[in-house]
Design a protein around this ligand. Structure first.
Ligand SMILES: [Zn+2]
Length: 96
């Protein structure tokens, strides 16, 4: 099960993306059955993603603006809400 990206990572120029990461997604049993790739182009609000749903194995992609944590993507095939593991560059703005 491999996730296909709409671009080649070798073609990515430095500074082209402000965010780019790959995540492993787990199902309710904790098995690593899904994958997620999220990226955001520099200067854009929206995150783009491609995902293999950990619950149904359905592959899909789209663009979204995350507003509330935890961030979720709803699978268009099985309608389950997939929680995205915390993004690394979050929470740096506000320190308690
Ligand atoms: Zn699904």
């Amino acid at each position: 099960m491999e996730l296909k990206l709409p671009f080649d990572l070798k073609d990515v120029k430095p500074g082209e993306f402000s965010y780019l990461t790959k995540r492993i997604l787990t199902n309710r049993e904790g098995e690593e059955t899904g994958k997620l790739f999220i990226w955001r182009k520099t200067g854009e609000e929206e995150y783009n993603y491609v995902m293999i749903c950990p619950y149904c194995g359905g592959e899909q992609g789209g663009a979204t603006v995350f507003t509330r944590r935890p961030y979720r993507i709803r699978c268009s095939k099985c309608d389950k809400s997939v929680v995205i593991p915390k993004l690394k560059n979050e929470g740096k703005k506000k320190k308690k």
